[in-house]
Design a protein around this ligand. Structure first.
Ligand SMILES: NC(=O)c1ccc[n+]([C@@H]2O[C@H](COP(=O)([O-])OP(=O)(O)OC[C@H]3O[C@@H](n4cnc5c(N)ncnc54)[C@H](OP(=O)(O)O)[C@@H]3O)[C@@H](O)[C@H]2O)c1
Length: 263
């Protein structure tokens, strides 16, 4: 055990689980957060199976509730856990024209993808800055770079995460802090995301990369203290296109990817 602790939200599946696996491999104690306890238990079983002796703490919390960040922070403090690495991975999307999608789903999405991410960052980053040590990985998306018709609110939350993370990165440098913040912008990735977002019948869902590859690249960038991780060629192409093309063209391209095929 290297005596360091990583807290990973959204750790029960997909990219979050694979990130938790990277920390466990490097002997971190891992604190896994998601809503469903049975799925957290299964994630813990898989981690223990592969990396015997790793300390795994399960904290089932719903990040769509406004008080969760405070309660989660209190839960780790009460257990005497110092969080050396925070991964804000929990997130979800929804697909369809904004006039057709459910408002409550999108309000919950803003809470999980953006508000709780900011709140957890506030609570744990203050402690890290005081210790002058720690790392934070914010999970954005290639959707952070472009307006995305059919996932308008989802992409807006991810643009928020990018802007927020880049601003705080700059502040940490100005404060001459050793704490680092990295933003991971995955391309379409084979996880439960497309099912949850009702996006299985889209072009984006048909050319995915592996969650393990995305997580490994993101983890390496986090450990290097890099500002940004753009896993695979797909994410890099998206990023550089967003620098060159106007938003109206990017929106048209994203619409092609996210509009349900045949509708
Ligand atoms: N897959 C992609 O194509 C893709 C591309 C770019 C970015 N991303 C981002 O990557 C991150 C991880 O997504 P994924 O692709 O790995 O999808 P996933 O397999 O569906 O994983 C989502 C994770 O978040 C948790 N979660 C969802 N709602 C939550 C809530 N209210 N409170 C606490 N935990 C919650 C889920 O567990 P419970 O359901 O048990 O709560 C699960 O552990 C997200 O931020 C997503 O936006 C994904």
């Amino acid at each position: 055990m290297n005596d360091q602790t990583a807290l990973i939200t959204g750790a029960s599946s997909g990219i979050g689980f694979e990130l938790a696996r990277c920390f466990a491999r490097d002997d971190y104690r891992v604190v896994l957060v998601a809503r469903h306890h049975d799925e957290l238990q299964e994630a813990a079983r898989l981690i223990h199976q592969e990396f015997q002796g790793v300390d795994v703490v399960l904290l089932p919390f719903d990040l769509s509730r406004p008080d969760t960040a405070e309660r989660l922070y209190a839960a780790t403090t009460q257990r005497g856990l110092t969080i050396d690495a925070l991964v804000n991975d929990a997130g979800f999307g929804e697909t369809g024209y904004f006039t057709d999608t459910a408002m409550q789903t999108e309000l919950d999405m803003i809470q999980v993808n953006a508000t709780s991410l900011v709140h957890l960052t506030k609570l744990y980053l203050r402690d890290m800055v005081e210790r002058n040590s720690g790392r934070i990985l914010q999970v954005g998306s290639i959707a952070s770079f472009s307006p995305s018709p059919c996932q308008a609110v989802y992409a807006a939350t991810k643009a928020f995460v990018l802007s927020f993370a880049e601003a705080v990165q700059h502040e940490l440098k100005q404060q001459k802090s050793a704490v680092t913040m990295t933003i991971l912008c995955p391309p379409p990735t084979a996880t439960n995301f497309f099912h949850v977002a009702h996006a299985e019948n889209t072009r984006a869902a048909s050319h995915t990369v592996s969650a393990r590859d995305v997580a490994e690249e993101g983890y390496d960038a986090l450990m290097d203290g890099a500002a940004r991780s753009l896993p695979t060629l797909g994410a890099k192409v998206n990023f550089f296109s967003s620098l060159l093309l106007p938003d109206s063209v990017l929106a048209t391209l994203m619409n092609t990817q996210l509009h349900p095929v045949g509708k």
